[in-house]
Design a binder for this molecule. Structure first.
Ligand SMILES: C[S@@+](CC[C@H](N)C(=O)[O-])C[C@H]1O[C@@H](n2cnc3c(N)ncnc32)[C@H](O)[C@@H]1O
Length: 179
């Protein structure tokens, strides 16, 4: 319900009509090795669909740092993960993430940001920030309903693999990006 409330008040920053399906989050998470202690950053957690799935899989020594700007979602995320000391919720845009982490310190970034609704300068800023904080072997994993930002993503990340799932509303492409 809180997802719909946020969608109605701010469709362009949410950029989706429903939370992601289990098929989509499985595809987003499967490129990660979650068997040891790692640090993951999530951009645009929404109501926490990917966050919940990740928290079931990551080790107790891992960390999950979330960047979210929608006030309703921030409140929900803060409440939901209050007792889990692996989670830190930053009520800030993904573009601020470089202020909080050392360069090349993050293992994976998982992102649901609605790049298709953002201006190119902001998309580039966020992609550059992601590249800056990611480890050399780290992965930036993003989904999109159309491949409108393919060119932007290739300009920042030279190695990109694609996946696609029909089993989401709407169907989605997944970019798995490396430096
Ligand atoms: C498609 S929704 C994500 C939903 C959720 N991850 C899921 O898959 O069900 C995109 C989210 O990105 C957030 N968002 C938009 N611009 C942002 C930014 N610059 N930084 C962080 N979050 C942002 C929106 O508030 C929204 O919650």
């Amino acid at each position: 319900m809180s997802f719909l409330k946020s969608v109605f008040s701010n469709y362009r920053t949410i950029g989706a009509i429903s939370p992601s399906s289990p098929f989509l989050y499985k595809q987003m998470i499967s490129p990660m090795d979650l068997s040891y202690d790692i640090h993951i950053v999530e951009f645009g957690a929404g109501s926490g669909t990917f966050t919940d799935a990740l928290l079931k899989k990551i080790t107790l020594g891992s960390s999950l740092s979330i960047f979210e700007i929608d006030p309703l979602f921030i409140k929900k995320l803060q409440l939901k993960y209050k007792g889990d000391n692996r989670v830190v919720v930053y009520s800030l845009g993904a573009e601020e993430s470089t202020k909080f982490f050392e360069p090349e310190s993050i293992d994976y970034i998982i992102s649901s940001l609605p790049f298709g609704f953002m201006n190119s300068a902001l998309v580039f800023h966020i992609l550059e920030s992601a590249k800056h904080i990611l480890k050399k072997q780290g992965k930036f994993i993003q989904f999109q309903y159309f491949l409108q930002n393919k060119k932007h993503i290739h300009q920042i990340f030279p190695k990109v693999r694609y996946r696609f799932t029909l089993l989401n509303l709407p169907p989605a492409f997944i970019y798995i990006c490396k430096k």
